[in-house]
Design a protein around this ligand. Structure first.
Ligand code: FAD
Length: 637
């Protein structure tokens, strides 16, 4: 596998504009001769599909929900970053770039991150033009708030529903192109295989989820914008449908998988309450603008929060990280919460919780001001916990949330399979070992609206495409593979549901490849996961038939892929024998318990190549070169 990141030469701040100039163009009259397959209609996919159709390409867009509007992006709450410096508080493209590189613990590519910061302002303009109702200040300017890992206010938001409003904007742009006949939308279609012809991505096999029929779609390029794989943990903040299938199928066809072990555990989620739960709920990081996090100083202090006097409370983030306080980045805040709970100072049932307390802010600003900013989040919390957060502090605990790992892409967002592009959370591109809050929406929209429209043209203009008939041997082989797999799942006829396997897998990963990891735990997981996978193929039960609407079959397929991915995550975590960002190997920590990087041996992207069933995958490295930012110990103190 050859890894050429294609990072343009020249000064950092000129790379993208120079690159855009050097990219080959497709003549406007020729664009309609090309068909692009866009899998996914979240912010990255809907934005990308609309932008490509607007340029004149023919686009086919696929999603498994009943409408593009239901992509998981809709769940995003807190906001989207951009370096507009509206608050005049010292923000700039460079500061956003720097914060992101530092936030990712120096494990991301400088050039990509700089480009992201550079286009961030355009994203806000584009979304405002599409009608996204961002919050405004009294004077009419767009308002900003702060997110973790930054000391400026650069997060644009629409109450606690930013993702929903951004997605409605992207959806309208997409619908416009559907109305014009430039985009064909295939809702309730799940991609189950990538078609590679002569070494290039040329199509996909999808299953119509209503009829069960398999279809093939051929195009000149394939884009995957299929979101993250955080649901591998079973309990996560992701929508239940989020899965890894599209990128996992592409991996098995030759696309490199980068940093699979980089998974973000978000510090502020509603704690687990019991075995019955099938998902967890995020309480947006924006709440840390006004909420203060604390636990009792005393172990086992079971008094209600309002009976614990001020001097007996430990505002541990403010104490340990005075310059960032409650807005310390997610990886650090999550580990700090785990640590105080492990010390026996956690609150709530089982001691697996910390307080997020708004009493100070309510006293200072008034309840109405807090309701105005976070009303829907407070309401959500109350509905789930039956506690009123205006009166008693919220109880929160870390949960699996986002995946920085994903398919490896070059600067043009192309994977190691020519013609296969990867956008949004599905790729590994910009966040290194830890993503800063409000940067995922920024990245998804940057990829979709502002990067892929340029870079895909270069690929298409440089590539001669023979037509691929439906009965091409590679197409037939891909369909046969999918068919065989579905039949195999149905034929097992065992005794355990896909969900029970998924839950057990999640438990193993959470224990051994979660917030902290160590060699013994990872080696144990590398025994347990293959054994669980073996049992799955012997003992899973899948009801119904392939040729009908069959959610049991859909789920079984996704769990089967998670069972393979989980092993790669553990392997990656075991091989990266250092701590960085979210990847905290207990063997490698500073005296005060912070992540201890090993830049000599691990300042690279780890990229895994599939080598066939039963064979260990091959690990490759893309060295990370820091020309502008100096590698430094990350500190938020
Ligand atoms: C609760 C929550 C709150 C968040 N809040 C914020 C926030 O405030 N700010 C921020 O920056 N980030 C936030 N994030 C992260 C952010 O929402 C996501 O990273 C981002 O929306 C992902 O967008 P995407 O377009 O890459 O993927 P998604 O929105 O997940 O879309 C994936 C698309 O791919 C389709 N798809 C997937 N697999 C297949 C398949 N096999 N076949 C066909 N279609 C397929 C789906 O149908 C869907 O259309 C939050 C995440 C969560 C979980």
């Amino acid at each position: 596998m050859k890894l050429d990141a294609r990072i343009p030469s020249g000064p950092l701040e000129r790379k993208w504009s120079q690159h855009k100039f050097e990219l080959k163009l497709v003549n406007p009259a020729n664009k309609r001769k090309y068909t692009v397959l866009m899998v996914g209609s979240g912010l990255a996919g809907a934005g990308g599909a609309a932008a490509l159709a607007e340029l004149g390409y023919e686009v086919k867009c696929f999603c498994y929900q009943d409408s593009p509007r239901r992509a998981h992006s809709i769940a995003a709450q807190g906001g989207i970053n951009a370096s507009k410096n509206y608050h005049n508080d010292g923000d700039s493209v460079f500061r956003l770039f720097y914060d992101t590189v530092k936030g990712g613990d120096f494990r991301s590519r400088e050039a990509n991150v700089y480009r992201l910061a550079e286009v961030s302002g355009n994203i806000i303009d584009q979304c405002a033009a599409l009608g996204v109702p961002f919050a405004r200040e009294y004077g009419g300017l767009l308002d900003n708030r702060s997110f973790g890992g930054a000391q400026v206010s650069r997060t644009f938001y629409a109450r606690g529903q930013t993702g929903q409003q951004l997605l409605l904007g992207a959806y309208q742009a997409l619908e416009r192109q559907i109305g014009l006949g430039k985009v064909q939308m295939f809702a309730r279609h799940e991609m189950l295989e990538l078609i590679v012809v002569d070494g290039r991505a040329r199509g996909i096999v999808v299953r119509d989820l209503l009829t069960g029929e398999l279809e093939t779609h051929i195009g000149d390029a394939v884009c995957l914008a299929t979101g993250g794989y955080g649901n591998v943990f079973y309990l996560s903040t992701n929508a239940k449908g989020c899965n890894t299938t599209a990128i996992w199928r592409a991996y098995r066809r030759g696309a490199g998988f980068a940093n699979p072990c980089f998974t973000q555990i978000h510090p502020t989620c509603i704690p687990v309450t019991g075995e019955h739960q099938s998902k967890l709920t995020l309480m947006s990081e924006s709440l840390r603008n006004d909420g203060r996090i604390w636990v009792p100083k005393q172990q086992g202090d079971a008094r209600p929060a309002d009976r614990i006097p001020e001097q007996e409370r430990d505002y541990y983030l403010e104490r340990k990280y005075p310059s960032y306080g409650n807005l310390a980045p997610r990886d650090i805040s999550s580990r700090a919460a785990k640590q105080v709970c492990d010390e026996g100072r956690g609150v709530g049932p089982g001691g697996q919780g910390v307080y997020l307390d708004f009493s100070d802010a309510i006293g200072r600003l008034g309840e109405d001001a807090i309701r105005e900013k976070y009303g829907n989040l407070f309401e959500m919390y109350e509905r789930i916990t039956a506690e009123n957060p205006y009166r008693v502090p919220m109880r929160i605990y870390p949960a699996a949330h986002y995946t920085m790992g994903g398919l490896w892409v070059d600067y043009n967002l192309m994977s190691t399979i020519p013609g296969l592009f990867v956008l949004g959370e599905a790729n590994f591109s910009d966040h290194g070992a830890n993503r800063l809050g409000a940067s995922a929406l920024m990245q998804g929209l940057a990829d979709g609206y502002f990067v892929i429209p340029y870079t895909i043209g270069d690929y298409l203009a440089r590539t001669r495409h023979a037509s691929v008939p439906e009965d091409h041997p590679d197409v037939r082989a891909a369909v046969a593979e999918v068919h065989g797999r579905l039949e195999r799942l149905l034929a097992v006829n065992g005794k355990r549901t896909p969900t029970s396997f998924h839950r057990e897998l999640g438990r193993v990963l959470w224990e051994d490849c979660g917030m902290t990891r160590n060699r013994a735990g990872l080696e144990r997981a590398l025994q347990l996961v293959p054994a669980l996978r073996e049992e799955f193929w012997r003992n899973v039960t899948v009801a119904g038939e392939a040729g009908e609407l069959n959610q049991s079959l859909e789920l079984a397929g996704r769990v089967a892929d998670f069972l393979e991915l989980a092993e790669l995550m553990c392997r990656d975590a075991l091989t990266r024998d250092e701590s960085c960002g979210c990847h905290f190997r207990e063997e490698h920590q500073t005296e005060d318990g912070e992540a201890l990087r090993d830049d000599e041996r691990y300042c690279h992207v780890a990229v895994w190549e599939y080598a066939g069933d039963g064979r260990p995958p091959v690990r490759h490295e893309e060295p990370l070169e820091y020309e502008t930012v100096h590698l430094a110990t990350r500190s938020y103190k």
